[in-house]
Design a protein around this ligand. Sequence first.
Ligand SMILES: Cc1cc2nc3c(=O)[nH]c(=O)nc-3n(C[C@H](O)[C@H](O)[C@H](O)COP(=O)(O)OP(=O)(O)OC[C@H]3O[C@@H](n4cnc5c(N)ncnc54)[C@H](O)[C@@H]3O)c2cc1C
Length: 499
Amino acid sequence: MNTQVQSRPTAEVEQTYFDVIVIGAGISGINAAYHLQKSCPDKSFTLLETQESFGGTWHTHKYPGIRSDSDLYTFGYKWKPWSGPPIATADEILKYLNECLDEQDIRRHIRYQHKVTQADWDSDRNLWTLSVEKSDGSTEIYTCNFLWMCQGYYRHSAGYIPDYPGKERFKGPLIHPQTWPEDLDYEGKEVVVIGSGATAATLIPAMAGKTKHITMLQRSPTYFAARPNSDELIDTLREFDIPDEWIHEIARQKVLKEQELTTRRSFEEPEKLREDLMTAARKYLGDEIPLDPHFTPSYRPWRQRLAFVPDGDMFIAMRKGDASVVTDQIECFDEDGIQLKSGTHLKADIIISATGFNMSALGDIEITVDGNAYQFSESWAHRGIMFSGLPNLAWVFGYLRTSWTMRSELVSEFVCRLLNHMEEKGARKVIPELRAEDKDMPELPFVDSENFNAGYLMRHMHIMPKQGDRQPWVFSQDYYREKDEIPVADLEDGTLIYK
Ligand SMILES: Cc1cc2nc3c(=O)[nH]c(=O)nc-3n(C[C@H](O)[C@H](O)[C@H](O)COP(=O)(O)OP(=O)(O)OC[C@H]3O[C@@H](n4cnc5c(N)ncnc54)[C@H](O)[C@@H]3O)c2cc1C
């Protein structure tokens, strides 16, 4: 349902026009800029970024040990070889992105501390008008023909902290890793980390040894993939005089093949895969710490992203006794820590809530189409890239299992192909619309919980668009399917209406 909203005055403010405006200068925004320059060289564009620097996620997060969970061969770009070990720290990722900005001459296109707060589409002018808040509090108006959303999928300003009973009683700091206090002194302190996802698996080895003790408190166990942070084949190839580009491509194909196999095994032989993951954990953990109940999840492996434990570092910290794991439920916080449902009390000087983030649809930007507020959650996702009833707009929502960047690559190529197709047709507007035969489609959630059920996604499905049961209204989250589908997707299948 659309609601009429008042149009905002724009007359007295100077307007800046670009053919394409990219929102966000993280991994996806930089990729969009690369592809625009390469495939749409005549289009003018700019990247508007809220923060004071590039990198998105890798700029926002500053907690100890912050690192990728994916290998950088696939999390990095196809067009810029990665020559380090598979898993990288945030600093290494930022260094890589910084080189990309220089090598591809992208830096001059980014406008920092430009937060887009409102976007209004006008069909008479085929134009988006954006309200952009600057750091000095002033507002600027930007206009463009096409809006490319590379704002990620969560709110950067603050992470998600559940409403723990009694949390106001705790006398120490309660911290979310997304807003890590620079001056936090945890040396010699008792620390409890709530959660057992990738963030907890990063924090624990990074802080263990410096803290008096660090405990991972989990409600239920997670799968961890413990492996060396190296790849024998790639290391061998580096000993020869082979161009970095070739090695990068071989590494990408190898990782993708291995992940395809893991995904297949998670459906076809989940028990065997589970056993393999347990065996790998046991190798680093030793025999002292029981796998059951701490490392024996009840769900099928791969229904959530596998938290990678490079070189088994978290398990080694536990084996040494610097860290430990508790599987229990929180009764309440008190002055000195956490009272658990089992009756145990966990003493804490500092509590870290590694409990994920707040998803945000379209960067919390208010969107109107011809004066009507756009209801994102009522829309249908067109290949998970565009949305019914929303003209000239594409969003990069990456993969949740395969590296995010692999989808950013496919979407970037798709958007550039679409922009060039519009140019050839002389069209200024493209809008996804259901065909007559699509009108009876079942309404399915944006991400299928049978396929992938991470808590942060499930908490927010109601704000996301729907998917249908036929193309192009399906968002499969399956790289191996989309890599063949998206590059040849028919732009004249009757679901994209051009004007
Ligand atoms: C701690 C952490 C680790 C992760 N590790 C991995 C991993 O190893 N592998 C993987 O595949 N995925 C990982 N992810 C998911 C991750 O978000 C993506 O992989 C990727 O970095 C997203 O890139 P992006 O450019 O699409 O979005 P982001 O990195 O979220 O960047 C979006 C940018 O847009 C800006 N922005 C947002 N709204 C506005 C607005 N209204 N106006 C202007 N600018 C705006 C933000 O400030 C930000 O800089 C991780 C996520 C987190 C939180």
